[in-house]
Each structure stands twice: as structure tokens, then as C-alpha cells.
Design a binder for this molecule. Structure first.
Ligand SMILES: Nc1ncnc2c1ncn2[C@@H]1O[C@H](COP(=O)(O)OP(=O)(O)OP(=O)(O)O)[C@@H](O)[C@H]1O
Length: 374
């Protein structure tokens, strides 16, 4: 609910643009969407993110109205559009759709493609089409046909077409995955700008964490039909709920330890492990860019600091330059492998001894998964 002010001394709130309330959908007895709830406000982009088969597209199809939930309700501006007693047809929901393979009509000009779903007089339609094509930078292609445009231009026409009828909610399923990398970044940014200008509420499905972080105001991380974590990109990236959530966003390093008196001892010193019982196996997880590296000083490393804890001796296994960073792989004295990402070019030789530390504020302590034999 958005707080919009006070009327006669009472707080007045406005219903969210989209509210998905506890929807469930099963196929052949297997729940594919399981108790999913979230809200989206006007101008907000919410990303459904997760591995293939986790139920993202099914959730989107239910919101679009091409499938219906077994249980739960969907509300738009506070009014039910899907639920046990109501099923508003897709075309009456005020939703726009954009998919990866959302093909333009090949026999219609760019202008006619954009005008396709529009209501109103010819002049009104022409003005809206010109305005939108101008805003996606394609005003000069009004009379062209889709095959005369590049992939990126076609995608921008598809965006203009989806936005033309002023949808209250835009549903996007991997809309940029057909574009090559360099084109994709530009089109994503332009799309985002246009959607924000229009104040459209957006639900975007993607399996790419980078896309979700770039586009989303909120990320809903899905796993096996459920939302397992929700939050702003910064929060999800920096406070993942478990090792799997951390690993979904980047490479990770895992350092094992066992808890004794709410502490676990590692080659990097002691770590607090509050909430973990004595004797429990834990994993300290850290992303490669949060390791620090320093030089060997006659067999010693730098002194411990609050920021870094203890430095550990590490042997370089391999170092590679991969564009704007170098990836250096290490092995600790106890055999633990580690991977560090260093900005720019840093290519120490194999077997060189360096000292490595973990940025303490970027470490996560999770319970270790139980081994199959236990
Ligand atoms: N109509 C259907 N009948 C039977 N099973 C279905 C149907 N639609 C989807 N499924 C199954 O539901 C699961 C979730 O599918 P869904 O397309 O929602 O996943 P997703 O997260 O979007 O994955 P992807 O990124 O691969 O599209 C899959 O195992 C899929 O095979």
C-alpha cells in the first residue's frame, strides 16, 4: 500500500498497481508456483529471477491471464483480476507484453505495428505512434518494414508497440536475450527510462542476475516455485540468504570451519558464528572481489587489522587477465582453493607466495550442507 496522505484525520493509502496474493499453480500434481506473493507499484520494476524451471514464466503467464492460478488472487489497483471467482480475460487487463520472440507483423509498416492495438481517432493514433517512435529514436523509420531494421531496432519497435496502449502493467519475459551483448546494455537502459517516464509497473522475468540488478528496483529470487528472498539488488547481493543465493550472483569462495563457543577458527583467524551451535560445521562465503592481496615480507604477511582479520599465506596456482580485471587462483597451506578478482592487470607467477585476507564486512557465515552419508 502506498501512503498518499491524510483525509479527515485518517491515513489514506492507495492499493498497489499489482498485487499477487499467495498464488499457487500445479501441473500433474507438481506445484510449479507455490504460494507466491508480491506487489508492484507504478514506475517500479520487479524482477523474477531464478534458474530455468523455477516457475518465473508460469507466474508471469498467470498475471497476463493466459493461465489461471489454482489458488490465490491477483489484484490490479485493488480490484481482483484472477482468483477463485473471477477471471478477467487477458485483453481486458491493461497489461502490455514483451517477450524475446515477440515478433512484429512483417507485412505492416513500423508505424502500423505500433498503432496495432491502439484505440482512438486516426489523428490520436498517429500522434501517439510518432511520440513513442521518437522516444525510442526511430522516428525516421515510420514507413519502414520490420525486415529493414536491425535486431535492436526491431526490439525498440516491439517496446513502442507494447507501450502504445498505455498499459498499467508491463510484463516482460527475457525480452533482451535475443540481442547481442553490446546492443543489449543500451536497449535495456533506454527501455528502463521509457518505462519509468510512463509510470508503468513492470514485472520482468530473467535468469540473468546481472540483468535483474541492472533493471530491477526489487528482485524476487525464486527457487522451485517459491520466492526465497526479496529485496533491492544491493541487499540481495550483499546479504544473500544462503550459499546458493550468494553463488547465483557471482563466483564465490568457501572456507570451512567448525563452531566452538559461537566462534569458528580458520586460516584467516576467528569468525563470529552467532546462532550456530557448538560442533556445527559452517562455511564462510566471500566473493572473489572482496579478497585483499599483499606481498610476502621475509616469510611474514601484514599485521592483522579490524577490516581484514588475519592474513593467510597463499601460493599462486594460476593468474589470468580477463578484460578489466585479473583472476588469481590461490591455494592456502591447508589446501583450501581461493579465487581473487583484482582490478586491472595483476599476473603473479605460479608458485609465488603472497598473503591473502578476507574483507570481514563482506563475509557470510552459513551452515555447511550435510553430507549425503550423514
Ligand atoms: N502447461 C504446462 N504443463 C506442464 N508443465 C508445465 C507447463 N508449463 C510449465 N510447466 C513446467 O513448470 C516448470 C516451471 O516452468 P516455467 O516456464 O514457469 O519456468 P521458468 O522459471 O520460467 O524457466 P525458463 O527460464 O526455463 O523458462 C517447468 O518444469 C515446466 O516444465
Amino acid at each position: 500500500m502506498v501512503f498518499i496522505g491524510y483525509r479527515e484525520g485518517h491515513r489514506v493509502t492507495e492499493a498497489p498497481r499489482l498485487e499477487v496474493r499467495s498464488i499457487t499453480r500445479a501441473f500433474g500434481g507438481r506445484p510449479v508456483v507455490n504460494d507466491v506473493s508480491f506487489t508492484v507499484e507504478p514506475g517500479q520494476v520487479t524482477c523474477l529471477l531464478g534458474p530455468s524451471g523455477c516457475g518465473k514464466s508460469t507466474t508471469l503467464r498467470i498475471i497476463a491471464g493466459v493461465d489461471r492460478p489454482d489458488t490465490g488472487v491477483i489484484l490490479m489497483d485493488g480490484k481482483p483480476i484472477a482468483g477463485p471467482d473471477v477471471m478477467v480475460p487477458p485483453e481486458s487487463r491493461g497489461t502490455g507484453l514483451m517477450f524475446q520472440d515477440f515478433a512484429l507483423f512483417p507485412h505492416l509498416s513500423v508505424a502500423d505495428n505500433v498503432a496495432f492495438g491502439l484505440k482512438g481517432t486516426r489523428t490520436e493514433k498517429r500522434l501517439r505512434v510518432r511520440d513513442l517512435l521518437g522516444r525510442v529514436g526511430l522516428a525516421r523509420y515510420l514507413d519502414s518494414f520490420p525486415h529493414e531494421l536491425s535486431g535492436g531496432e526491431q526490439q525498440r519497435v516491439a517496446l513502442a508497440r507494447a507501450l502504445a496502449p498505455n498499459p498499467r502493467i508491463m510484463l516482460m519475459d527475457e525480452p533482451f536475450s535475443g540481442l547481442d551483448n553490446r546492443l543489449r546494455d543500451g536497449i535495456r537502459d533506454e527501455t528502463l527510462e521509457l518505462l519509468k517516464e510512463e509510470g508503468t509497473a513492470v514485472v520482468l522475468v530473467t535468469h540473468e542476475p546481472e540483468e535483474a540488478m541492472r533493471m530491477g528496483d526489487e528482485i524476487l529470487l525464486m527457487r522451485q516455485g517459491r520466492i526465497v528472498q526479496a529485496g533491492a539488488p544491493y541487499n540481495i547481493y550483499n546479504a544473500p540468504m544462503d550459499r546458493e543465493a550468494a553463488a547465483f550472483f557471482s563466483d564465490i569462495n568457501v572456507i570451512r570451519g567448525r563452531v566452538e563457543g559461537a566462534l569458528t577458527r580458520t586460516a584467516f583467524g576467528q569468525f563470529l558464528a552467532p546462532g550456530h551451535p557448538d560442533g556445527a560445521d559452517v562455511e564462510i562465503v566471500i566473493r572473489p572481489q572482496h579478497l585483499s592481496i599483499d606481498f610476502d615480507r621475509d616469510g611474514h604477511g601484514p599485521a592483522p587489522t579490524e577490516e581484514h582479520g588475519t592474513w593467510a599465506r597463499a601460493r599462486v596456482v594460476r593468474a589470468r587477465f580477463v578484460g578489466n580485471e585479473s583472476i588469481v587462483e590461490f591455494e592456502l597451506d591447508d589446501g583450501t582453493p581461493l579465487k581473487a578478482s583484482v582490478p586491472g592487470v595483476f599476473l603473479p607467477k605460479t608458485d609465488r607466495v603472497l598473503w591473502v585476507a578476507l574483507r570481514r564486512d563482506r563475509c557470510f557465515v552459513f551452515p555447511a550442507p550435510r553430507k549425503a552419508a550423514e
